[in-house]
Design a protein around this ligand. Structure first.
Ligand code: CP3
Length: 354
C-alpha cells in the first residue's frame, strides 16, 4: 500500500500536533452529489452500490475528487449490512428508509441468532482493500460499524424512524433476550471491524445513532458497555499497529464523562453540545469529532463560515479536534456549501495550532 501523504486526521485522533484542524463529513458520499446519483442509477440501487466493490470504490472517492480539502475518506457501505448477513433480509423502498423482511421479537428466533460467517461480508472487505489501493495514500480510510444497540433497534423494529418501543419494551420486560441480541451483535461487530482493519481500514468508527433515545442507566447497560467491549476487542493492523477508534452516540453528550472511560481514542459529538465545554469534561481522555449542525449547510456561505469559526473558537487552542458535522449531511445540501464549510475550517483553524 502507498505511503500516507496526509496524516492530519490520524494525528488529531491521537491528539498529536497538526498545522490545521482536519475535517471530513459524515455521509460525504451521498445523494447531495450529482455524481453519486449518476453512479446509483448505473448500479441500479443503493444496495447494489454497497455490494459491488467497484461501485463502492467509485462513490467513496467522489467527495475526495470534488473536495481537495477533505482529510479523510470513509468506506461506502451501511451499518445494516450486518443484520442483513444475519439473515433478516434488508431492503430499501424508494423514498423510504431501510426495512427488514423479518424482525426479531420471538424468543425462539432471538435464541437462534448467531454471529454470521464473515464470508457473507467479503464484499465489504474487498471494497476496503480496493478503496485503499485506489486512494493511493491521499488520505486515510475509515472503516465503520453500527453499535450493538443501534443495530438491535433495526432488528427488533424491522425499520427505522420509529420510537423504539418494541426494543425498549424488551429491555425492561425481557432484558435477557435483549442482552442475547446485544452480545451476539457485539461479537459480530468485533469480527467485522477486525476484518476491515485487516483489509486496510486505518481508523474505525462505531455509529450509535440511537443511543440518545435511552435513559441514563439504560444507555450504560444496553449501549455503552457493549461499545467498551468492542473497543477492547479491536486487533492490530497488518503492520502491527493499533488503529484509532471513534465512538459516536447521537444525542449522547449527557454521558460524555462515562464515554471518556471506555478506551476509545475519540468521541463524536452532535450539535447540541458546546464543543469547548465537551473538551473540558473529557479532558485528556479522548479527542473530539464534530459538531456542526448539518442543517447549517442549507444556508449561505457567510452563515456557514460564522458557525465554523464559532465551533473552532469554542474548542480553542491545541490539538485533538477533528472537524465534522454533528450527523450525516442531508441530501438537500448544495455541494458548494460543503466546499464553503471545508474552506472555512482550513482558513479559521490554523491560528489555533500555532
Ligand atoms: O459517511 C459516508 O459517506 C459512508 C456511508 C454511510 C452510509 N450509511 C451510506 C448511506 C454510513 C457511514 C452509513 C451509516 C448508517 N446507516 C447509519 C449511522 C449513521 C447515521 O446516519 O446515524 C445509519 C443509522 C444507517 C441506516 C440507514 N441507511 C438509514 C437510516 C438510511 C436512510 C436514511 C437516508 O438518509 O435516506 C440509509 C441509507 C443510506 N446509507 C444512504 C447512504 C448514502 C442513502 C441511500 C440512497 O442512496 O438512497
Amino acid at each position: 500500500m502507498a505511503a500516507l501523504q496526509n496524516d492530519t486526521f490520524l494525528r488529531a485522533l491521537n491528539r498529536e500536533a497538526t498545522p490545521y484542524t482536519p475535517v471530513w463529513m459524515m455521509r460525504q458520499a451521498g445523494r447531495y452529489l450529482p455524481e453519486y446519483r449518476e453512479s446509483r442509477k448505473t448500479a441500479g440501487s443503493f444496495l447494489d452500490l454497497c455490494k459491488n466493490p467497484h461501485f463502492a470504490t467509485e462513490v467513496t472517492l467522489q467527495p475526495l475528487d470534488r473536495y481537495p480539502l477533505l482529510d479523510a475518506s470513509i468506506l461506502f457501505s451501511d451499518i445494516l449490512t450486518l443484520p442483513d448477513a444475519m439473515g433478516l433480509g434488508l431492503y430499501f423502498e424508494e423514498g423510504e428508509g431501510p426495512k427488514f423482511e423479518r424482525t426479531l421479537r420471538e424468543e425462539a428466533e432471538i435464541k437462534a441468532l448467531h454471529v454470521p460467517d464473515m464470508a457473507k461480508l467479503q464484499y465489504v472487505f474487498d471494497a476496503v482493500t480496493q478503496i485503499r489501493k485506489t486512494i493511493n495514500g491521499r488520505v486515510p480510510l475509515i472503516g465503520f460499524s453500527g453499535s450493538p444497540w443501534t443495530l438491535a433497534t433495526y432488528m427488533v423494529e424491522g425499520k427505522g424512524g420509529t420510537d423504539f418501543l418494541n426494543t425498549k419494551k424488551m429491555a425492561y420486560a425481557r432484558p435477557d433476550l435483549l442482552h442475547h441480541i446485544l452480545e451476539t451483535n457485539t461479537q459480530t461487530v468485533i469480527q467485522y471491524l477486525n476484518a476491515q482493519i485487516a483489509a486496510g481500514a486505518q481508523a474505525v468508527m462505531i455509529f450509535d445513532s440511537w443511543g440518545g433515545a435511552l435513559s441514563h442507566n439504560a444507555y450504560i447497560e444496553f449501549s455503552l458497555n457493549y461499545m467498551q467491549k468492542i473497543v477492547a476487542g479491536l486487533t492490530k493492523n497488518a503492520e502491527g499497529k493499533q488503529v484509532p477508534s471513534i465512538v459516536f452516540t447521537k444525542g449522547g453528550a449527557l454521558w460524555l464523562e462515562a464515554q471518556a472511560n471506555i478506551g476509545a481514542d475519540a468521541l463524536g459529538l452532535d450539535w447540541t453540545v458546546d464543543i469547548g465545554q465537551a473538551r473540558k469534561r473529557v479532558g485528556n481522555q479522548a479527542a473530539l469529532q464534530g459538531n456542526l449542525d448539518p442543517a447549517i449547510l442549507l444556508s449561505t456561505p457567510e452563515a456557514i463560515e460564522k458557525e465554523v469559526a464559532s465551533i473552532l473558537a469554542s474548542y480553542g487552542h491545541g490539538h485533538g479536534h477533528v472537524f465534522n458535522l454533528g450527523h450525516g449531511i442531508t441530501q438537500w445540501t448544495p455541494p458548494e456549501n460543503a466546499a464553503a464549510m471545508l474552506e472555512a475550517v482550513r482558513k479559521h483553524s490554523q491560528q489555533y495550532h500555532q
